[in-house]
Write a protein that binds this ligand. Structure first.
Ligand SMILES: CC(C)(COP(=O)(O)OP(=O)(O)OC[C@H]1O[C@@H](n2cnc3c(N)ncnc32)[C@H](O)[C@@H]1OP(=O)(O)O)[C@@H](O)C(=O)NCCC(=O)NCCS
Length: 195
Protein backbone atom coordinates (compact mmCIF):
# COMPACT_ATOMS: atom_id res chain seq x y z
CA UNK A 1 0.00 0.00 0.00
CA UNK A 2 1.00 3.58 -0.60
CA UNK A 3 2.43 5.53 2.29
CA UNK A 4 0.11 8.10 3.88
CA UNK A 5 2.66 10.86 3.44
CA UNK A 6 2.94 10.35 -0.32
CA UNK A 7 1.57 13.24 -2.36
CA UNK A 8 0.50 13.36 -6.00
CA UNK A 9 -0.36 15.90 -8.63
CA UNK A 10 -1.51 15.89 -12.25
CA UNK A 11 1.08 17.73 -14.31
CA UNK A 12 0.72 19.03 -17.87
CA UNK A 13 3.62 17.53 -19.87
CA UNK A 14 6.54 19.84 -20.57
CA UNK A 15 10.07 19.50 -21.94
CA UNK A 16 11.31 19.05 -18.35
CA UNK A 17 9.76 15.56 -18.17
CA UNK A 18 11.17 14.29 -21.47
CA UNK A 19 13.62 11.72 -20.04
CA UNK A 20 11.17 10.50 -17.39
CA UNK A 21 8.33 10.23 -19.90
CA UNK A 22 10.39 8.06 -22.23
CA UNK A 23 11.41 5.82 -19.31
CA UNK A 24 7.73 5.56 -18.35
CA UNK A 25 6.81 4.15 -21.77
CA UNK A 26 9.90 1.91 -21.96
CA UNK A 27 8.91 0.29 -18.65
CA UNK A 28 5.58 -0.67 -20.26
CA UNK A 29 7.39 -2.09 -23.27
CA UNK A 30 9.72 -4.17 -21.10
CA UNK A 31 6.70 -5.57 -19.24
CA UNK A 32 4.75 -6.04 -22.50
CA UNK A 33 1.98 -4.01 -20.92
CA UNK A 34 -0.94 -2.27 -22.53
CA UNK A 35 -0.48 1.53 -22.47
CA UNK A 36 -3.49 3.69 -21.80
CA UNK A 37 -4.05 7.38 -21.11
CA UNK A 38 -0.74 8.41 -22.66
CA UNK A 39 -2.07 10.56 -25.49
CA UNK A 40 -0.05 8.37 -27.91
CA UNK A 41 3.27 9.21 -26.25
CA UNK A 42 4.49 5.71 -27.19
CA UNK A 43 4.46 6.81 -30.86
CA UNK A 44 6.73 9.78 -30.14
CA UNK A 45 9.68 8.31 -28.25
CA UNK A 46 12.04 9.88 -30.77
CA UNK A 47 10.07 13.12 -31.11
CA UNK A 48 9.02 14.29 -27.66
CA UNK A 49 8.75 17.87 -28.88
CA UNK A 50 6.39 16.68 -31.62
CA UNK A 51 4.30 14.98 -28.95
CA UNK A 52 4.06 18.20 -26.93
CA UNK A 53 2.92 19.96 -30.12
CA UNK A 54 0.36 17.22 -30.72
CA UNK A 55 -0.99 17.69 -27.17
CA UNK A 56 -1.35 21.39 -27.84
CA UNK A 57 -3.28 20.72 -31.06
CA UNK A 58 -5.52 18.19 -29.27
CA UNK A 59 -6.19 20.67 -26.46
CA UNK A 60 -7.27 23.40 -28.88
CA UNK A 61 -9.56 21.25 -31.03
CA UNK A 62 -13.12 22.40 -31.56
CA UNK A 63 -15.74 19.92 -30.44
CA UNK A 64 -17.57 18.48 -33.44
CA UNK A 65 -19.65 15.37 -34.08
CA UNK A 66 -16.46 13.37 -34.60
CA UNK A 67 -13.80 15.17 -32.56
CA UNK A 68 -13.40 16.62 -29.08
CA UNK A 69 -10.54 18.43 -27.32
CA UNK A 70 -8.38 16.32 -25.02
CA UNK A 71 -6.03 17.08 -22.15
CA UNK A 72 -3.26 14.68 -21.14
CA UNK A 73 -1.53 14.64 -17.75
CA UNK A 74 1.27 12.88 -15.95
CA UNK A 75 0.37 11.59 -12.50
CA UNK A 76 3.49 12.67 -10.63
CA UNK A 77 4.48 11.49 -7.14
CA UNK A 78 5.82 14.68 -5.61
CA UNK A 79 8.08 12.93 -3.09
CA UNK A 80 10.44 11.75 -5.84
CA UNK A 81 9.06 13.64 -8.87
CA UNK A 82 8.41 10.28 -10.55
CA UNK A 83 5.81 9.78 -13.29
CA UNK A 84 3.57 7.10 -11.78
CA UNK A 85 0.76 7.16 -14.30
CA UNK A 86 -0.95 9.10 -17.02
CA UNK A 87 -4.50 10.17 -17.71
CA UNK A 88 -6.17 11.50 -20.79
CA UNK A 89 -9.43 13.46 -20.56
CA UNK A 90 -11.79 14.14 -23.44
CA UNK A 91 -13.04 17.43 -22.13
CA UNK A 92 -16.28 17.50 -24.13
CA UNK A 93 -18.73 14.72 -24.84
CA UNK A 94 -20.24 13.74 -28.18
CA UNK A 95 -21.88 10.54 -29.41
CA UNK A 96 -18.52 9.09 -30.40
CA UNK A 97 -17.12 9.63 -26.90
CA UNK A 98 -20.27 8.13 -25.36
CA UNK A 99 -20.19 5.05 -27.56
CA UNK A 100 -16.51 4.26 -27.92
CA UNK A 101 -13.60 5.29 -25.71
CA UNK A 102 -15.42 7.40 -23.10
CA UNK A 103 -14.14 10.62 -21.51
CA UNK A 104 -11.21 9.24 -19.53
CA UNK A 105 -8.32 6.91 -20.32
CA UNK A 106 -5.76 6.05 -17.66
CA UNK A 107 -2.77 3.90 -16.85
CA UNK A 108 -0.22 3.25 -14.11
CA UNK A 109 3.35 2.15 -14.86
CA UNK A 110 3.79 -1.61 -14.37
CA UNK A 111 6.08 -1.49 -11.33
CA UNK A 112 3.74 0.84 -9.41
CA UNK A 113 0.49 -1.06 -9.88
CA UNK A 114 -1.76 -2.48 -7.16
CA UNK A 115 -0.87 0.25 -4.68
CA UNK A 116 -4.08 2.27 -5.03
CA UNK A 117 -2.45 4.80 -7.36
CA UNK A 118 -5.00 4.59 -10.14
CA UNK A 119 -7.76 5.50 -7.74
CA UNK A 120 -5.81 8.66 -6.91
CA UNK A 121 -5.27 9.21 -10.65
CA UNK A 122 -8.98 8.97 -11.35
CA UNK A 123 -9.92 11.14 -8.39
CA UNK A 124 -7.56 13.86 -9.64
CA UNK A 125 -8.92 13.47 -13.17
CA UNK A 126 -12.45 13.99 -11.87
CA UNK A 127 -11.31 17.19 -10.16
CA UNK A 128 -10.00 18.33 -13.58
CA UNK A 129 -13.31 17.30 -15.18
CA UNK A 130 -15.08 19.67 -12.80
CA UNK A 131 -12.84 22.50 -14.05
CA UNK A 132 -13.80 21.62 -17.64
CA UNK A 133 -17.46 21.79 -16.68
CA UNK A 134 -18.13 18.09 -17.25
CA UNK A 135 -21.05 16.98 -15.10
CA UNK A 136 -21.08 13.34 -16.10
CA UNK A 137 -18.28 11.23 -17.56
CA UNK A 138 -18.41 7.94 -19.37
CA UNK A 139 -15.55 5.49 -18.94
CA UNK A 140 -15.24 2.28 -20.91
CA UNK A 141 -13.05 -0.75 -20.38
CA UNK A 142 -12.78 -4.30 -21.60
CA UNK A 143 -14.88 -6.58 -19.45
CA UNK A 144 -11.76 -8.60 -18.61
CA UNK A 145 -10.02 -5.49 -17.21
CA UNK A 146 -11.11 -5.98 -13.62
CA UNK A 147 -8.61 -3.46 -12.22
CA UNK A 148 -10.00 -0.72 -14.44
CA UNK A 149 -13.63 -1.47 -13.58
CA UNK A 150 -12.78 -1.66 -9.87
CA UNK A 151 -11.04 1.72 -10.08
CA UNK A 152 -14.17 3.34 -11.46
CA UNK A 153 -16.49 1.59 -9.04
CA UNK A 154 -14.28 2.76 -6.16
CA UNK A 155 -14.97 6.32 -7.36
CA UNK A 156 -18.73 5.83 -7.53
CA UNK A 157 -19.18 4.66 -11.12
CA UNK A 158 -22.46 3.09 -12.11
CA UNK A 159 -22.55 0.31 -14.68
CA UNK A 160 -24.34 1.46 -17.81
CA UNK A 161 -24.11 -1.27 -20.46
CA UNK A 162 -21.79 -3.59 -22.37
CA UNK A 163 -21.29 -4.17 -26.07
CA UNK A 164 -19.14 -6.43 -28.19
CA UNK A 165 -16.46 -4.33 -29.89
CA UNK A 166 -15.30 -6.09 -33.03
CA UNK A 167 -12.14 -4.00 -33.53
CA UNK A 168 -10.99 -4.91 -30.01
CA UNK A 169 -12.52 -8.38 -30.29
CA UNK A 170 -13.74 -7.97 -26.74
CA UNK A 171 -16.78 -7.15 -24.68
CA UNK A 172 -16.51 -3.52 -23.59
CA UNK A 173 -18.29 -2.22 -20.50
CA UNK A 174 -19.47 1.37 -20.10
CA UNK A 175 -19.74 3.12 -16.73
CA UNK A 176 -21.03 6.59 -15.75
CA UNK A 177 -19.70 8.85 -13.03
CA UNK A 178 -21.52 11.89 -11.69
CA UNK A 179 -18.48 14.17 -11.39
CA UNK A 180 -19.60 16.59 -8.67
CA UNK A 181 -21.01 13.78 -6.56
CA UNK A 182 -17.82 11.69 -6.82
CA UNK A 183 -15.45 14.56 -6.01
CA UNK A 184 -17.51 15.46 -2.95
CA UNK A 185 -18.07 11.87 -1.80
CA UNK A 186 -14.40 10.80 -2.08
CA UNK A 187 -12.70 14.04 -1.05
CA UNK A 188 -12.03 12.84 2.47
CA UNK A 189 -10.45 9.62 1.14
CA UNK A 190 -8.14 11.18 -1.45
CA UNK A 191 -7.44 14.79 -0.50
CA UNK A 192 -4.68 13.69 1.88
CA UNK A 193 -2.69 12.38 -1.10
CA UNK A 194 -2.96 15.56 -3.11
CA UNK A 195 0.03 17.88 -3.16
C1 LIG B 1 -5.88 -0.66 -14.82
C2 LIG B 1 -4.73 -0.01 -14.06
C3 LIG B 1 -4.70 1.47 -14.46
C4 LIG B 1 -4.96 -0.15 -12.55
O1 LIG B 1 -3.96 0.57 -11.86
P1 LIG B 1 -3.57 0.26 -10.34
O2 LIG B 1 -2.79 1.42 -9.84
O3 LIG B 1 -2.97 -1.08 -10.24
O4 LIG B 1 -5.02 0.26 -9.66
P2 LIG B 1 -5.27 0.49 -8.09
O5 LIG B 1 -4.14 -0.09 -7.31
O6 LIG B 1 -5.64 1.92 -7.87
O7 LIG B 1 -6.53 -0.45 -7.86
C5 LIG B 1 -7.82 -0.11 -8.30
C6 LIG B 1 -8.76 -1.27 -7.98
O8 LIG B 1 -8.46 -2.40 -8.82
C7 LIG B 1 -8.08 -3.52 -8.04
N1 LIG B 1 -7.00 -4.18 -8.76
C8 LIG B 1 -5.80 -3.64 -9.09
N2 LIG B 1 -5.09 -4.54 -9.81
C9 LIG B 1 -5.87 -5.64 -9.91
C10 LIG B 1 -5.69 -6.90 -10.55
N3 LIG B 1 -4.56 -7.19 -11.19
N4 LIG B 1 -6.69 -7.80 -10.47
C11 LIG B 1 -7.85 -7.52 -9.81
N5 LIG B 1 -8.08 -6.32 -9.20
C12 LIG B 1 -7.09 -5.41 -9.26
C13 LIG B 1 -7.67 -2.97 -6.70
O9 LIG B 1 -7.82 -3.92 -5.67
C14 LIG B 1 -8.63 -1.80 -6.56
O10 LIG B 1 -9.93 -2.26 -6.22
P3 LIG B 1 -10.53 -2.04 -4.73
O11 LIG B 1 -10.53 -0.57 -4.49
O12 LIG B 1 -11.90 -2.61 -4.84
O13 LIG B 1 -9.60 -2.78 -3.81
C15 LIG B 1 -3.36 -0.65 -14.42
O14 LIG B 1 -3.46 -2.03 -14.25
C16 LIG B 1 -2.90 -0.36 -15.84
O15 LIG B 1 -2.28 0.67 -16.10
N6 LIG B 1 -3.17 -1.27 -16.79
C17 LIG B 1 -2.78 -1.08 -18.19
C18 LIG B 1 -3.58 0.03 -18.84
C19 LIG B 1 -5.07 -0.15 -18.68
O16 LIG B 1 -5.59 -1.25 -18.72
N7 LIG B 1 -5.76 0.99 -18.51
C20 LIG B 1 -7.21 1.01 -18.39
C21 LIG B 1 -7.85 0.84 -19.73
S1 LIG B 1 -9.62 0.92 -19.60
Amino acid sequence: MKEKEEKFKLVIPTEKYKRKAIKYIKEHNRHKSEINGSGFLYMYLKDYKGWLQRLDTERKKEATATEVPTETFFLVRLNDDKIIGMVNIRTKTNEKVKNSFGNIGYGIRPKEREKGYNKINLYLALVECQKFGLKQVIISCKKENVASAKTMIALGAKYDREVFNSSQNAIVEFYRIDVDYAVEAYKSTYEKYIG
